[in-house]
Ligand binder design. Structure first.
Ligand code: HAM
Length: 425
């Protein structure tokens, strides 16, 4: 039997997984500085959560969910995104009662969407996301945007662009919705079947259609920014004012529409401008949601958040030709000669590791030359060579692989001396 990996998924092997860890580490450290705390929710949830939370008319709910029945006949779905689940947990655990509002959370884990796989688009991908729930202060919008831009900056990304829009409040959206229907209705027959069914259900999503992008009515469609209420307009201006104060560059794109239903007020995406990044340029998406918490049974608590996939983050780092840190270098490889030295190396290796050193030895009974080759392959900074005579004399030879310099030291001092050398670096 020759079973292959499912389409749209990938094995992340040693040598690549370090890139993932590096990005996750950057993001987690910045979340700590910004005071976002980790939350872990289940990989699957009741299907209803996403139908209601993400929205019945979205592509995600209509055609991309991995839904199955469990043995008890319940309909469950592998999570396609994190926001609905985090909000469910916020409500279920009564986090709205926490005196520290907004509740600031981050998450990282696999999400599942039955999409057509292509470069940067997978059926299983890892999202890193944050949600700040319990405040409708434009300063928190600016904070969330500053956080995501700081994460990209910390990885060295330069060719990125922050695009923002306001989707307004309910009143703004209702007025805009009517204007959109009026605009598209007379010629809706010229649009694709998806757009036709969107006209009544969710006309805003027509603006996001890939197939009808070039249709002349797209360019002349009414802009949401012309329909904002005073409150929404002032809110959006304030967010922009804060971004300017923080020297965060951005562009306003009134056609930016997000693919999920829960957004209002600030919506945003971060795009990559790097050449060779590929057709899908969105690195990160997010925005504000006001009705989601109450829709899922909680109080009227507004939230804002973003999510990006590590897959696209890595693609952006590579498209910009940035270096990855080399976390793999070994501190010390033990080369042994003779059985007694080999036996002793079990303890010696353990001592080195207990001292916090990255250490390895041979398990293939290889000759000295082959052991040195293995040390090279593992990128060892030092090789410690132990022969039988040395063992008896409580000595060991330490070789610096970069300079070739060799010295004899006391065997029981090896861990301490190596540790000092590592700290010198
Ligand atoms: P989204 O725009 O659906 O938003 O996804 C956010 C990000 O997830 C995308 O910008 C992209 O980096 C990544 N992503 C989505 N689908 C795929 C895929 N098939 N393969 C690889 N990466 C993918 C959300 O999911 C919202 N929950 C974001 C949010 C949080 N809004 C408020 N809070």
């Amino acid at each position: 039997m020759n079973v292959k990996i499912p389409r749209g998924t990938q094995d992340i092997l040693p040598g690549t997984v370090e890139k993932w860890q590096y990005i996750e580490q950057i993001a987690k450290e910045l979340c700590r500085n910004y005071q976002y705390k980790e939350i872990r929710t289940p990989i699957f949830e009741h299907t209803e959560l996403f139908q209601r939370g993400v929205g019945d008319t979205t592509d995600i709910v209509q055609k991309e969910m991995y839904t199955f029945q469990d043995r008890g006949g319940r309909s469950l779905t592998l999570r396609p995104e994190g926001t609905a689940a985090v909000v469910r947990s916020f409500v279920e655990n009564k986090m709205y009662g926490d005196p520290n509002q907004p509740v600031k959370l981050y998450y990282s884990g696999p999400m599942f969407r039955y999409e057509r796989p292509q470069h940067g688009r997978f059926r299983q991908f890892v999202q890193f996301g944050v949600e700040a729930i319990g405040s409708e202060d434009p300063a928190i919008d600016a904070e969330v945007l500053a956080l995501v831009m700081d994460i990209y900056k910390a990885a060295g990304l330069k060719k990125i662009k922050l695009v923002i829009n306001s989707l307004g409040d309910i009143q703004s959206r209702t007025a805009h919705r009517e204007a959109l229907i009026k605009h598209f209705q007379p010629r809706i027959g010229e649009f694709c079947s998806d757009c036709q069914s969107r006209l009544e259900k969710n006309p805003l999503r027509i603006l996001d259609c890939k197939k009808d992008r070039e249709h002349e009515l797209m360019a002349t469609a009414p802009s949401i920014l012309d329909y904002l209420t005073d409150y929404s307009r002032t809110y959006f201006e304030k967010v922009q004012q804060y971004l300017q104060d923080l020297h965060i560059e951005y562009v306003v794109d009134p056609t930016l529409v997000r693919g999920l239903d829960y957004y209002n007020h600030t919506a945003f995406e971060v795009m990559s401008d790097a050449e060779g990044f590929g057709a899908i340029t969105t690195l990160c998406g997010g925005g504000r949601y006001s009705g989601l918490v109450s829709q899922l049974g909680g109080p009227d608590s507004p939230g804002i958040g973003f999510a990006f996939s590590i897959e696209r983050f890595i693609a952006a780092v590579e498209a910009e030709g940035l270096n990855w840190p080399n976390e793999n270098a070994l501190d010390c490889y033990l080369v042994t000669l003779g059985d007694e030295a080999k036996d002793y190396s079990v303890k010696l290796l353990h001592d080195l590791r207990s001292a916090g050193l990255k250490a390895e030895r041979d398990y293939q009974d290889r000759k000295m030359k082959a052991q040195f080759k293995a040390a090279d392959r593992l990128n060892a900074r030092f090789v410690a060579i132990l022969g039988e005579d040395e063992l008896r004399a409580n000595q060991i030879t330490l070789k610096n692989m970069e300079t070739g310099e060799q010295q004899q030291i006391q065997l029981d001092q090896l861990a301490k001396i190596l540790k000092n050398k590592m700290e010198e670096k």
